[in-house]
Design a protein around this ligand. Structure first.
Ligand code: 5AD
Ligand code: FES
Length: 354
C-alpha cells in the first residue's frame, strides 16, 4: 500500500512539479527499495531528456578557511582552535584558474569561509582578472552572507553564479545548527537578493544533519519548489571530530540519492551536483548521484598544500590528489557509467521564470 501511494505521488510530482508538504513528508517517510528503483529510473530519464549524457564540471578553488561563523557542524568553524588557517593570495588563486583552464575547466568556483579580509572589492578584482583573461569561463562565488550592495558589486565585476546553501528551510532547525549570531531570516534574504540581482543561484542542504526530521526535509523540498534556484546541492552530513556534533551519525546515502531524484523530477532543468560528501561516504557516491539524477561534479582545484586544511568534515576525499589526477579520475568514473564530462561553461537551462 505504501509503495503504491509513493509511486502515485511520484507520478503526480512528475505531472505537476509540485506536491504538498504532507505529500513530500510521506515520500520521505516511506522510502523502500521498490520506490527507490522507480524514482531513480524516472529521474535519470528526465535528466537525459534535459541534459543528455553531459555532466558539467566545476573546478573548486577553496580560497580561505578563515571564518567568522561558528556553525556547529563545520570543521572550519571559528572556534575550532585545531584548524590550521590559510588564505590564498590573488596570485595563487589565478594560478589555480590557469591550471584549471588548461585541464578543460570552464567554470571556477571560489569558495571560502566568511573571511572578513576578503573584502568585496578584493573579490571583485580577482573575478575581473579571471573573466578578462578567459572569455569563455563562468565564475561562481560561494563565500557566504553579504549585504545586497556587495553582492551587486560582485555581479557587476562579472561573477555569474553564487552558491549559498540555505542549510535548512525550518527556522527552529536552523537555530539548532547555528549559534545565535547567525540569522535564518538574513540567510533567506541573501538568497532573495542574489536572485533579484540576476545571479544564477544555488541553494542546498545537508541530509541527516542533527535534529533534521521528515517535516524539516519536506520544508526543504517545498522551499526549493517555491524559490526556484538554478542549482541545488545536497550531500550527507558527516561529523567532524572537532565540532559539537562529533558523535552524531552521518546522513544516509540512500536518502540523499532519493532526494536528488525528487529534485530532478520536481525541476527537470535544475543543476544538481553529485557532491564530495557523497563520495566521502561511498566510493561510488558520485556515480550513484549521477544515476539518481545529478548532472554536475565539482572536483578540487585548490593547491595541494592547503587541501587538507579545508576540512569541513572528517575523511574528505581527494585531499592528497593533484588537480590533473582528479580530472582524469572523474572522467573515467563518469565514462564508466555511460556519461561524458562536458568541457563547457554549463549554464543552467532553467528559465528565470521557472
Ligand atoms: N558535513 C557535510 N557537509 C557539511 N558542510 C559543512 N559542514 C559539513 C559537514 N560536517 C556543507 C554545508 C556548507 C557547505 C560548504 O558544506 O552545507 O554550506
Ligand atoms: Fe563557516 Fe560553517 S563555520 S561556513
Amino acid at each position: 500500500v505504501e509503495t503504491d501511494k509513493s509511486i502515485a505521488l511520484i507520478d503526480k510530482l512528475e505531472k505537476e512539479r509540485s506536491l504538498g508538504l504532507k505529500e513530500y513528508k510521506y515520500l520521505v517517510e516511506n522510502l523502500n527499495e521498490e520506490v527507490f528503483d522507480y524514482i531513480s529510473k524516472k529521474a535519470r530519464i528526465i535528466g537525459d531528456e534535459n541534459y543528455g549524457k553531459d555532466v558539467y564540471l566545476r573546478g573548486l578553488i577553496e580560497i580561505s578557511n578563515i571564518c567568522k561563523n561558528d556553525c556547529y557542524y563545520c570543521g572550519i568553524r571559528h572556534s575550532n582552535r585545531n584548524c590550521d588557517r590559510y588564505r590564498l593570495t590573488e596570485e595563487e588563486i589565478l594560478e589555480c584558474a590557469d591550471e584549471g583552464y588548461r585541464l578543460g575547466y570552464r567554470t571556477f568556483v571560489m569558495q571560502g569561509g566568511e573571511d572578513g579580509k576578503f573584502e568585496p572589492d578584493y573579490i571583485c578584482s580577482i573575478v575581473k582578472k579571471i573573466k578578462e583573461k578567459y572569455k569563455d569561463v563562468a565564475v561562481t562565488l560561494s563565500l557566504g552572507e553579504y549585504e545586497k550592495e556587495d553582492y551587486q558589486k560582485m555581479f557587476d565585476a562579472g561573477a555569474d553564479r553564487y552558491l549559498l546553501r540555505h542549510e535548512t528551510a525550518d527556522k527552529e532547525h536552523y537555530e539548532k545548527l547555528h549559534p545565535k549570531q547567525m540569522s535564518f531570516d538574513h540567510r533567506m534574504k541573501c538568497l532573495q537578493d542574489l536572485k533579484e540581482i540576476g545571479f544564477q543561484v544555488g541553494c542546498g542542504f545537508m541530509v541527516g544533519s542533527p535534529y533534521q526530521t521528515s517535516t524539516t526535509l519536506a520544508k526543504d523540498l517545498k522551499f526549493i519548489e517555491e524559490f526556484g534556484p538554478h542549482m541545488c546541492g545536497i550531500g550527507p552530513f558527516i561529523p567532524h571530530h572537532d565540532t559539537a556534533f562529533k558523535d552524531e551519525k552521518s546522513g544516509s546515502i540512500q536518502m540523499t540519492l532519493f532526494l536528488i531524484a525528487i529534485l530532478r523530477i520536481m525541476r527537470p532543468k535544475m543543476l544538481i551536483p553529485a557532491t564530495t560528501s557523497l563520495s566521502t561516504l561511498d566510493n561510488l557516491g558520485r556515480e550513484k548521484g549521477i544515476l539518481a539524477g545529478a548532472n554536475v561534479v565539482m572536483p578540487n582545484l585548490s593547491p595541494l598544500k592547503t587541501r587538507k586544511k579545508y576540512e569541513l568534515y572528517d575523511g574528505k576525499v581527494c585531499t592528497g590528489d593533484e588537480a590533473a589526477h582528479c580530472i582524469g579520475c572523474i572522467t573515467n568514473r563518469i565514462n564508466n557509467i555511460g556519461y561524458e564530462v562536458a568541457k563547457v561553461r554549463g549554464d543552467s537551462k532553467c528559465l528565470s521564470t521557472m
